[in-house]
Design a protein around this ligand. Structure first.
Ligand SMILES: *[C@@H]1O[C@H](CO)[C@@H](O)[C@H](O)[C@H]1NC(C)=O
Ligand SMILES: *[C@@H]1O[C@H](CO)[C@@H](O)[C@H](O)[C@H]1NC(C)=O
Ligand SMILES: *[C@@H]1O[C@H](CO)[C@@H](O)[C@H](O)[C@H]1NC(C)=O
Ligand SMILES: *[C@@H]1O[C@H](CO)[C@@H](O)[C@H](O)[C@H]1NC(C)=O
Ligand SMILES: *[C@@H]1O[C@H](CO)[C@@H](O)[C@H](O)[C@H]1NC(C)=O
Ligand SMILES: *[C@@H]1O[C@H](CO)[C@@H](O)[C@H](O)[C@H]1NC(C)=O
Ligand SMILES: *[C@@H]1O[C@H](CO)[C@@H](O)[C@H](O)[C@H]1NC(C)=O
Ligand SMILES: *[C@@H]1O[C@H](CO)[C@@H](O)[C@H](O)[C@H]1NC(C)=O
Ligand SMILES: *[C@@H]1O[C@H](CO)[C@@H](O)[C@H](O)[C@H]1NC(C)=O
Ligand SMILES: *[C@@H]1O[C@H](CO)[C@@H](O)[C@H](O)[C@H]1NC(C)=O
Length: 305
């Protein structure tokens, strides 16, 4: 009984053992995503995933995490019901307070009824979809710096940059590192299908249909001829259940093999020395200490110096 208990404790704290590697709890994105304020007295007009009313910004952030949102707009209850920018413009479009909205209106006019709007994608560096609204502040998982304009948002997954200029694996790896990112993680169904769709959107006849991602052969065992694949964080593929190998893959080459994502929702290997386009995954960033939410919203002066 005691042994069993110890065994359970052991298994639950270390999960699985492969070779000499323990499959640790991999801190997946949604467990760790932190949101930071980025714009004061403004809200983003990016696609809304869901809306809700919460007393605190913490609850709104939790709701955002649970729904794999990458940003949200939150209106502190003290801020009042009226957007002073609209009031000044006299184009105020308030619904009748007694009449509840229905269907599409709930999302389209949700800022009139809900103080937490969670968003599929964050604002890019040019902030092109921000709207002045004294009721709200904008929070994002990508704050300091915000993602560049050439970043692609994959809803529920994260922010990525596709590099069309082919490079070998090590140069691709370094290019991602230089922008504080890493080659894209492909180790789930959603990740593989979303990244494959990104490939399709970039693909044209002059383009290669594959791109390097974050999975590389570690070694082959000369006796068993078995090869091990690892992420750049040294997580072995064996720690994951998900596979998307194209038929006939993985193949073995004389030299190390590196994994690519294809336009057809699958993985293939090529020699790491071969040049391929590649995809970097941006890490969430922040906080940006210059944002102060304590100040009163002004409709004349810039609220975000
Ligand atoms: C916000 O986005 C919606 C849908 O994309 C668009 O119809 C609307 O014009 C946008 N509003 C502003 C003020 O940009
Ligand atoms: C007032 O609102 C209208 C309609 O939303 C918009 O076209 C106009 O640019 C706004 N004017 C100012 C000064 O913000
Ligand atoms: C901001 O960047 C996006 C993505 O590249 C682009 O589509 C949009 O036109 C830019 N907006 C402005 C105002 O520069
Ligand atoms: C993305 O844009 C930045 C400038 O904002 C530029 O330095 C970089 O080379 C671009 N990357 C790609 C892959 O186009
Ligand atoms: C990468 O991170 C470092 C340290 O945080 C920062 O100084 C640098 O500006 C960042 N580079 C980019 C391209 O974001
Ligand atoms: C394919 O994409 C490349 C790079 O974006 C571009 O230079 C080329 O004109 C495109 N070709 C076609 C046929 O669209
Ligand atoms: C190769 O596999 C065999 C059988 O599993 C094992 O005994 C051997 O230690 C492995 N060699 C290396 C270099 O990992
Ligand atoms: C990639 O190219 C660089 C120089 O162009 C070279 O130093 C490096 O060894 C190459 N990496 C691989 C994996 O072939
Ligand atoms: C905070 O973000 C703004 C907008 O991106 C930027 O102009 C400012 O330099 C950032 N502040 C710091 C301390 O990085
Ligand atoms: C928001 O309001 C400020 C101050 O009136 C103004 O300078 C700025 O251009 C406005 N921004 C947008 C996106 O309407």
């Amino acid at each position: 009984m005691k042994t069993l208990l110890i065994l359970i404790v052991f298994v639950s704290s270390f999960h699985f053992l492969f070779g000499d590697y323990f499959c640790k709890d991999r801190h997946t994105d949604d467990q760790l995503v932190k949101f930071h304020p980025l714009r004061h007295c403004q809200r983003s007009n990016k696609s809304i995933v869901a809306v809700e009313y919460f007393r605190t910004v913490k609850e709104c952030a939790k709701f955002a995490r649970e729904n794999k949102a990458l940003a949200f707009n939150f209106s502190p209850t003290k801020r009042g019901m009226i957007n002073k920018f609209e009031k000044k413009n006299k184009t105020i479009t308030h619904y009748n307070k007694n009449k509840s909205p229905s269907g599409k209106d709930i999302i389209e006019q949700s800022e009139e009824y809900y103080n937490c709007q969670i968003l599929q994608c964050p604002e890019l560096r040019n902030f092109s979809t921000l709207i002045n609204d004294t009721r709200f502040d904008y929070y994002s998982a990508y704050v300091n710096p915000p993602p560049p304009e050439n970043a692609s948002c994959l809803p529920g997954v994260g922010m990525f940059i596709y590099y069309e200029k082919p490079e070998n694996y090590s140069r691709a790896f370094n290019a991602c590192r230089e922008i504080n990112s890493s080659l894209a993680d492909i180790l789930s169904d959603l990740r593989t299908s979303s990244l494959s769709q990104l490939m399709q959107s970039k693909f044209n006849s002059t383009h290669k249909e594959m791109a390097f991602v974050d999975l590389k052969e570690k070694e082959h065992n000369k006796t068993t001829l078995k090869s091990t694949f690892c992420t750049s964080y040294e997580y072995p593929l064996e720690c994951y259940a998900y596979r998307a190998w194209s038929p006939g893959f993985p193949r073995r080459f004389k030299n190390t093999a590196c994994v690519t994502i294809t336009t057809t929702n699958s993985w293939k290997v090529v020699p790491c020395s071969l040049k391929q386009p590649f995809i970097c995954e941006l890490f969430p960033t922040g906080p940006n200490r210059t944002v102060s939410l304590a100040k009163k919203c002004s409709i004349t002066r810039n609220n975000n110096p």
